[in-house]
Design a protein around this ligand. Structure first.
Ligand code: NI
Length: 215
């Protein structure tokens, strides 16, 4: 497995529509595996291919796992499942190809975040229950009924495949304000990174221990 780069707003790949997968090929195992690793390490509960720069209708999901980074030199206990230097428990990965929502019921407001929209959360209205039709990694057509967090995550990831971010679902005024702020913050982050590399202070300015899982 390999960790992939996660694109962030306003990268244009996030605003583009992903194309249907014509045929599920064996080579997709590697992409799906890499997407899962990227999601677990982030940490996230869902990731769409757009977010790693690939415009194909593939998403990965896992809403139940726990991920714990190991300290340097620390060894994982025998039998533990290790992903990218961390211990993962209760892993239930889902790989979803060509997803389509075929039924919706009810609505809920959910406070969402997104790996492609760092450090911003907002309430978004979603269907409470959904039924999904998709293909699995072996190309077999399946159906999945979901509610709660899994239903929200699926709808959030499907939006990504349409080139839509959760902030696009805010009111027009709020959306513009938020996008302006996010553009400025990103510019600031990039300037800080430039300065840091200029000063050779590669001693990674303590990565914030972000624990909430995004989508
Ligand atoms: Ni997202």
């Amino acid at each position: 497995m390999a960790k992939l780069k996660i694109y962030t707003f306003p990268d244009t790949v996030l605003a583009q529509k992903a194309a249907p997968v014509a045929r599920v090929e064996k080579t997709m195992y590697k992409l799906a595996d890499d997407m899962l690793e990227t999601m677990y390490v982030a940490p996230g509960i869902g990731l769409a291919a757009n977010q790693v720069g690939i415009l194909e209708r593939i998403i990965v999901l896992d809403t139940d796992y726990e991920y714990e980074e190991l300290d340097e030199g620390e060894e994982a206990p025998a039998g533990a499942e290790v992903v990218a230097g961390g211990i993962i428990t209760n892993r239930k990965p889902r790989i979803v190809i060509n997803p389509e929502i075929i039924y919706r019921e009810g609505s809920i407001l959910f406070n969402e975040g997104c790996l492609s929209v760092p450090e911003f959360n907002a309430e978004v209205k979603r269907s409470e229950k959904i039924k999904l039709r998709y293909q699995d990694i072996d190309g077999v057509t399946r159906e999945l009924s979901a509610d709660g967090l899994l239903a929200v995550a699926i709808q959030h990831e499907l939006d990504h495949l349409e080139g839509r971010l959760f902030i696009d679902r805010l009111s027009p005024l709020k959306k513009e304000t938020v996008k302006k702020r996010l553009r400025l913050e990103r510019q600031q982050r990039e300037e800080d990174e430039d300065l840091e590399s200029l000063l050779h202070s590669s001693a990674s300015a303590a990565r914030p221990k972000k624990k909430s899982k995004e989508m």
